[in-house]
Design a binder for this molecule. Structure first.
Ligand SMILES: *Cc1c(COP(=O)(O)O)cnc(C)c1O
Length: 231
């Protein structure tokens, strides 16, 4: 089941990229495995998946301990500063940096451990009250400020678009994020790369890829539905 789902997601990804005139390998797939048991992750692993996304620190750490060490773990959920220390050396990329205080904490913990941490700045592109992320207007400033800190590298931007039945409605947000990343990249500042644009989930990854996503985060489309209580 997981293998078939993966094949389907990958072929739809390729079709979207080609439709947009982009190379078929221009984007990577992160399998969002939050709430799913290790056995299911191992099924995806056996089918070739090496990038997994989790939204809770404890769950990421538990799975990190249990599963093969060549997995790249992506922290995609809201992150509290007191939990940052558990991610250093375990997470390959933190997608959800939405404040300077959080970036400072990541920097502090990375330096303390002699590590380097790659991060994305999370942008609340639609300005939804219920969502985390810095505003579109404040994002560039946060990128600059975070890039000054030792032990961390800003690799791009991330957004979670509104939940909708019509993915076309999210196109404008994906486009705005892409434009912002191009603006920031054009300024060519030290320690800032805008190579990663993490956008698109099960409901809207095809539109996100058409608008320049380099990294889609797909959970339901690979592992099936999560129960309502699990988010
Ligand atoms: C849960 C989650 C996803 C995956 O959502 P699906 O709709 O199941 O694909 C992607 N990104 C973030 C930040 C999430 O929390």
């Amino acid at each position: 089941m997981i293998r078939e789902n993966l094949e389907q997601v990958k072929s739809r990804m390729t079709a979207s990229l080609l439709r947009a005139g982009r190379p078929a390998d221009a984007a990577e797939l992160i399998a969002v495995s939050k709430t799913k048991p290790a056995e299911l992750l191992m099924e995806a692993y056996a089918a070739g998946v090496r990038d997994f996304g989790e939204n809770r620190v404890q769950e990421l750490v538990d799975k990190y301990e249990q599963l093969p060490k060549d997995i790249r773990w992506h922290m995609i959920g809201h992150l509290q500063r007191n939990k940052v220390k558990y991610l250093i050396g375990r997470a390959a990329l933190i997608h959800s940096v939405d404040s300077l205080r959080l970036a400072e904490e990541i920097s502090r913990e990375a330096v303390k451990r002699g590590a380097e941490m790659d991060i994305l700045i999370e942008v609340n592109a639609a300005g939804e009250e219920s969502k985390f992320g810095t505003g579109l207007r404040e994002a560039a400033e946060l990128v600059w400020a975070a890039a000054q800190l030792p032990g961390i590298h800003v690799k791009g931007l991330m957004t979670v678009a509104p939940l909708t039945d019509d993915p076309e409605k999210n196109r404008k947000y994906f486009r705005a994020l892409r434009e912002l990343s191009v603006d920031i990249a054009n300024k060519k500042a030290d320690n800032i790369s805008m190579g990663i644009l993490s956008m698109g989930m099960t409901g809207d990854y095809e539109v996100a890829l058409e608008e320049g996503s380099t990294c889609v985060r797909v959970g339901t489309g690979i592992f099936g539905m999560r129960s309502a209580a699990e988010i």
